[in-house]
Write a protein that binds this ligand. Sequence first.
Ligand code: GLU
Length: 483
Amino acid sequence: MTVRVRIAPSPTGTLHIGTARTAIFNWLFANRHKGKFILRIEDTDEQRSKPEFVEDIKSGLTWLGLNWDEGPFFQTQRLNYYHKTIQKLLDQGLAYRCYCTLEELENMKELQKSNNQAPRYDNRHRYLTKTQQESFKAEGRKSVIRLIIDDEQEIRWNDLIRGHMTWKGSDLGGDMVIARARENSEVPFGQPLYNLAVVIDDVDMNISHVIRGEDHIANTAKQILLYEALDETIPYFAHTPLILNQEGRKLSKRDGVTSINDFREMGFLPEALVNYMSLLGWTLSDSTQEIFTLHEITENFDLERVNKAGAKFDWSKLDWINSQYLHKISAQELVDLLIPYWEKNNYLIDIDFDRQWLERIAILIQPSLVRLNDVIKESSFFFGENINYDDEAMLHMKQESVKDILELALTKIEENSILNEDDIKKIIKEIVKTFKVKKGLVMRSLRAGFSGKLHGPDLIESWRILNTKGWDKSRLKDLLNIL
Ligand code: GLU
């Protein structure tokens, strides 16, 4: 069998982490079985669908490295197919027009509620006569299309993640709406609903496996009835666990970031995010290995190893995985990734001229980066002639000998044009000897003087980086004026 899977997002919002994780599982499954991964945009909800969300979904998938083999296909361009199928179902007597008004449906619900019954459509228009239909039409009522659901029927499938699944027809809420009432007479039917469009598309696109979130399980039961009504082959189904927040509830906007673009802006690398997301609900047989590329996972991916239980989203694990990737990339790559953050913060840099200088900063701070946007906190003190001193650093300056230490350092800087590592080590030694102070005090004073903080990356390399711009001198001069 040729494996053909799809991701079918609705462009009613930006690419959500849950959709991206479903896309990863589909991509892995397709690639594992040398099949095809298809992108379909489910945009039949014309009021809520927006072209900018389509772009966001496409660029998010591309950024994550989830290239699709076919598509994007748009449901709004396939309305003819849905209309034809609706007509066929009507002609075969498997679907019918229901003329119930909203008010009637509301009353039905109220009555069921007061009788302690679950809300459902009571199928009252299933067998309307021609005359009844004509009189409803004459009243100006509009009609939706409903598919007949046999309450007695048992719907079964063997879910590739969850095993044997059984649903009762009676649990599906009565005959289901497959198309809304039409808005104008130019179209034969109103908006086709998700369950109908998805089945027609999956049939037409020869989808062999439907891999999607477990929130679609009830839809699967309804869709199987549609496959049967259309006399089409039912694909395999696999329902993936949901991504949960720390409280065990479905991860939502309220938990902060959920859109892939936000993760991107926060400084996660696509490889790291994909690595982390693939572990949300799936484990390798050797679960000690946690760092791998999509291609490495492909070799080992199978649906049997996808968990049934929901997967808790764990920021610290994502951070850890991201840091592993960040610490490994080359200085060149890192600089390319960091430049946009420096630019956004208006650090005046001439990217071409300062490239090598920036690379030195990148190498120096690389081990402290967890997310790319940490770059500002870690490297801000490298940029500009002057800096601000934090309270801790100012308090340190008040100590005895600190002014002397900095004065001598400034003299030494002025004596040498460019300082190399040995020069700096010598200067530090000389200061220790001259003032008979501890080396630690000298180092802390210099660090505070150059960076305005008592903590930071390697002092000698930091000093050298500032020295090439002459900012070690300008900073000590300014500082000594106020001490
Ligand atoms: N448009 C649906 C969604 O975004 C697709 C579900 C499916 O894969 O069938 O949830």
